[in-house]
Write a protein that binds this ligand. Sequence first.
Ligand SMILES: CCCCC/C=C\C/C=C\C/C=C\C/C=C\CCCC(=O)SCCNC(=O)CCNC(=O)[C@H](O)C(C)(C)COP(=O)(O)OP(=O)(O)OC[C@H]1O[C@@H](n2cnc3c(N)ncnc32)[C@H](O)[C@@H]1OP(=O)(O)O
Ligand SMILES: Cc1cc2nc3c(=O)[nH]c(=O)nc-3n(C[C@H](O)[C@H](O)[C@H](O)COP(=O)(O)OP(=O)(O)OC[C@H]3O[C@@H](n4cnc5c(N)ncnc54)[C@H](O)[C@@H]3O)c2cc1C
Length: 556
Amino acid sequence: MFIPTLERQCTSEQREKFLPLCYDYRIIGTYAQTELGHGTFLRGLETTAHYDPNTQEFILNSPTISSIKWWPGALGKTSTHAVVLAQLYTLGKCHGIHPFVVQLRSLDDHKPLRGITVGDIGPKMGFGPNDNGYLKLHKHRIPRTNMLMKYSQVSPDGTYTKPPRSTLTYGTMTFVRVLIVHGSAIALAKASTIAIRYSAVRRQSELRPGEPEPQILSYPTQQHKLFPLLATAYAFHFVQLAMMKIYTDVNDQINNSNFSRIQELHALSSGLKAFTSWVTNAGLEVCRMSCGGHGYSQASGFPRLYADFTPSCTYEGENTVLMLQSARYLVKCVRDARSGKTLPGTVSYLSEDVSAVHSGGSSGRDLSNLDFLISLYKQRASNQVHFASDKVDRGISAGMDLVGALNSASVHLVSAAKAHSHYFIAKTFVESLKLLKASSELQNVLHQLASVYVFEGIAQSSGDFIEDYILSGSEAKTIRQLAVDLLPLIRVNAVSLVDAFSFRDEVLQSVLGRYDGNVYENLFKWAQNSPLNKTDVHPSYHKYLGPLLKRNQSKL
Ligand SMILES: CCCCC/C=C\C/C=C\C/C=C\C/C=C\CCCC(=O)SCCNC(=O)CCNC(=O)[C@H](O)C(C)(C)COP(=O)(O)OP(=O)(O)OC[C@H]1O[C@@H](n2cnc3c(N)ncnc32)[C@H](O)[C@@H]1OP(=O)(O)O
Ligand SMILES: Cc1cc2nc3c(=O)[nH]c(=O)nc-3n(C[C@H](O)[C@H](O)[C@H](O)COP(=O)(O)OP(=O)(O)OC[C@H]3O[C@@H](n4cnc5c(N)ncnc54)[C@H](O)[C@@H]3O)c2cc1C
């Protein structure tokens, strides 16, 4: 995050000064924004940067215990520098959060500089090798030119020039949220690879006396756990490509001072980061549990994969908060649509009249047709967004202000943002396959994956579709069965579909997911290397167990 911030927020002179140092690993940096007391509410950050025109320096301070920077990756023991987000004060006025490059440690002996107290925040659930750290600043002075001044400036006499948009400071977070969508795709692909390969190797239970124990991958329940997640990993792969394309296009526009799509990008990246990381987080646990006891061993790779992935639901914007950000924009779009404005691409459906075409019961609608089902996802999203938006309007009519009305409708707003994200993902998956140049065999297999993703997505949220009369109960039941009917077809290619992710064993880090499937020998070998097995009799025997046993034996 240090480098992307410099690349996006530096003037050209500052780029020339700082970026070569980063690219050549002459300095190592972190992104120090979160504090002990604030991570979500950025306007509440307390670190201060007061400009001193006499020396043309900023004086940085952590004025309170809650203002101590807390969590930034590699801050504790590694980073020599940080981008510090602080409240800018100049000529007696506060101008809000701005980014500053601060050197933390000497480049000679790596000792912290004067006015800098840094350290590691202590053991965490995962990310063990990462020294997430704390930073306390005490009257630490930096040159004026260390404030990143691409968008806003402080001149030598202290005059402040404000940015074209205050939220441009938030740009790096948007970029990393887009990366996290990719991160979700990768994590779910890894978990699917481990679980499906192991399920092809593992044989368990005798269905009928005398019959060989079947591969657990043959059980419909095992397939129902794993194949929708496999399909989701493919869906997220195509979604992260689409998200990155939108990010790149909008970022190019921003670089040409065209800020017209910044809100749409913020809303989409927030919703997709939250949606994909929540789904992946839950999916990792399903994959682990589908591997039985060995899934719980460190050898499976799942404990580390989960512990390292799960903070994706929190960092870079806590997921609920990001869903609310996305929903706030959707509510704005409903208003704009009602006043006749044209809506941008990813939300244009909100101005269409998708009033519920009453479920047809036995109307013979083709419930296996993906284009038709995507139109139902659209209808569900539109209904949920309009419902939540109407709730906000009713709150205002009842005398609330906008903040109060948004807050009171927030549970529904989160549901609406989830439905919007889900529609975008399902639509993108289906549309991406249409554009894919692939053999008919491959198209057929990928169509099976898209189908099980779309069917299962409806099955798992069928309440949304039934409550709004988008589907009848019997139609929802039919779609649920369509998902189950697809499982044995996907079974044929399941191992190939995870091999296609082509994770090397060294990357997958899983005995259960080894490419050669030689699990049991390697589990036993792995166990031999356990530290506890260095000696046959563990030293602790002589201190605790031995005396205890001997004492009790003498009583016999
Ligand atoms: C090869 C593999 C590749 C894949 C990678 C693999 C793995 C994983 C991937 C990547 C992971 C990388 C690194 C992972 C490790 C660590 C990273 C974590 C680092 C961090 O964890 S780093 C700290 C992150 N910490 C946050 O994330 C703070 C969240 N908290 C906020 O962000 C704000 O606090 C907010 C938005 C909640 C409230 O903001 P606020 O107080 O100003 O209030 P408000 O809501 O009124 O917003 C006023 C107007 O600004 C607009 N607005 C807001 N944000 C905008 C944005 N970003 N862009 C454009 N517009 C934006 C609004 O839409 C509104 O607009 P309008 O007024 O028009 O409605
Ligand atoms: C592994 C890891 C790495 C990190 N790396 C960095 C880093 O490199 N740099 C950095 O600056 N930070 C980093 N962070 C910090 C991270 O960005 C914050 O933890 C994150 O932004 C969440 O903020 P918070 O901790 O204040 O949570 P809080 O906002 O306190 O969340 C607690 C609860 O409050 C709820 N809540 C908060 N606000 C609202 C609201 N407006 N409406 C409804 N509910 C609300 C949330 O939904 C959540 O349920 C990292 C964190 C972790 C875990």
